[in-house]
Ligand binder design. Structure first.
Ligand code: NAD
Length: 421
């Protein structure tokens, strides 16, 4: 960009650096680079709500649509205190490469509100969710931009989004968001799709480097939708889950955790803290503890230049978006002893089943769970093989292989369509 950009911050900088690396690799012309990287549209809104005590609070919300070259944009909505425009833009950019890698007819999008959802009552959360969707109505639509859950949002928030949009349209528009409850136009398999995909690809990686799941161990950072489902699915394959964490505590037990007991505790307490005091460990120490599979499934930039050298895992299965910084990537590449499944491949299960949900909602024709899972694993396997093949053929990292496939596909679509007018 020759002029100043509104997209700032460490997460945006990370997406930009990754893109520049891949653009060099693909020998993209400088004319094409800005057009590929910078988002098509961005919207910032203020969402005022009445709090339970009668006062008025105002929250800032964002939505970024990265490109519309291949179809509508698609992406999650994040409710978290540190959400800002740069972070949302970076996540939208990653969604574009992810959708293109999976062969989905979407551009990437992302949205969010700078709020700690845990500090709101349920009624306040509903009011804020509805107000945010109402502010977004001129900007989104089933053929323009389709939302989904992300950090701090869930099926219930998606149901409120869908209901609010539908009320303004005067008809039910289930296809406006994905990740809805089954009772409101959702699909089988969406809730578990990301975590199941992470575990499926971790199994492929174990097979590739010769690890027997029955004698393997895993550490999972983050125990929300993605982390908890990944942990359960890995345990089902026979892995011992020796480390888990959430925002409240990190726990480590070499004997492995009884996940059923963990889920019972979570149902009651809402957080991991209090589950096993004797197993508490420093969260940083958990990340570098010995295991076969490390699943970062919480927030961005947790594996960085300060801990990458100390990692003692053999596989990193990136459940979260952007958990590894470019500096850490350089260290991991140089070490050469860790098989990394990059985020845009590893956690694509969520957007793939979201795509199935959108297609089913548009057609009003629903598939059974077996059909969903068969199609999901077919796409993930295809992408996994394409990434490994490109990484081996070009002698590049799995991340650069995955990103370069995604970027190249968007580039090809833009080239073919030409530049309007
Ligand atoms: P979630 O809100 O359901 O869960 C997040 C979990 O991370 C919670 O357990 C929270 O306590 C924990 N956490 C937050 N900060 C932490 C920290 N500093 N250390 C340890 N734990 C921490 O969110 P989610 O939907 O599971 O999303 C997690 C990650 O996966 C995000 O990066 C998101 O963008 C990515 N992702 C989600 C989906 C999806 O379908 N939900 C799809 C693809 C990628």
């Amino acid at each position: 960009m020759t002029h100043q950009t509104i997209y700032r911050g460490s997460v945006f900088e990370m997406a930009r650096r990754q893109f520049e690396g891949v653009a060099d690799l693909l020998e993209l012309s400088f004319d094409e680079r800005d057009r590929l990287l910078y988002p098509k549209r961005a919207m910032a809104v203020t969402c005022p709500i009445h709090r339970d005590d009668g006062s008025v609070a105002v929250f800032e919300g964002y939505r970024v649509q990265h490109h519309l070259t291949l179809g509508p944009t698609k992406g999650g909505t994040r409710f978290a205190p540190n959400v800002d425009l740069g972070e949302v833009a970076a996540l939208a950019i990653w969604m574009s490469w992810k959708c293109a890698l999976s062969g989905l007819p979407y551009g990437g999008a992302k949205g969010g509100i700078a709020v700690d959802p845990r500090a709101l009552s349920r009624k306040e959360l509903e009011t804020l969710s509805r107000r945010y969707m109402q502010e977004m109505i001129p900007f989104v639509g089933p053929y323009t931009d389709v939302m989904a859950p992300d950090l701090g949002t869930d099926e219930q928030v998606m149901a409120w989004f869908m209901d609010t949009y539908s009320m303004y349209q005067g008809r039910t528009v289930t296809e406006i968001v994905t990740g809805k409850p089954l009772a409101a136009g959702g699909t089988f398999g969406r809730r578990d799709a990301t975590g199941n995909g992470v575990a499926h690809l971790a199994a492929r990686a174990m097979q590739k480097i010769g690890i027997d799941p029955k004698s393997a161990t895993a550490v999972v950072q983050g125990f929300g939708n993605v982390g908890s489902v990944s942990a359960a699915a890995l345990a089902k394959q026979g892995l011992r889950i020796v480390g888990i964490s959430d925002h409240s505590v990190a726990l480590h037990d070499p004997k492995g955790f009884d996940l059923e007991a963990v889920f019972r505790h979570l149902k009651q307490a809402g957080i991991l803290k209090g589950f096993a005091q004797e197993a508490e460990i420093d969260p940083q120490a958990l990340l570098v503890s010995e295991c076969d599979v490390l699943v970062p499934a919480a927030v961005e930039r947790v594996i960085d230049r300060n801990n990458a050298e100390a990692l003692k895992c053999r596989i990193i299965a990136e459940g979260a978006n952007g958990p590894t910084t470019p500096d850490a990537d350089t260290i991991i590449d140089a070490r050469g002893d860790i098989f990394l499944i990059p985020d845009i491949l590893c956690n694509a299960g969520g957007v793939i089943v979201s795509y199935f949900e959108w297609v089913q909602d548009l057609q009003r024709l629903f598939w059974d769970e077996a059909e969903i899972l068969k199609r999901l694993y077919e796409i993930l396997d295809r992408s996994f093989e394409q990434v490994i093949l490109r990484a081996e053929r070009m002698g590049i990292s799995n991340r650069n292989a995955a990103l370069s496939i995604g970027v190249q596909r968007v580039r090809d679509a833009k080239r073919t369509r030409g530049l309007f007018p």
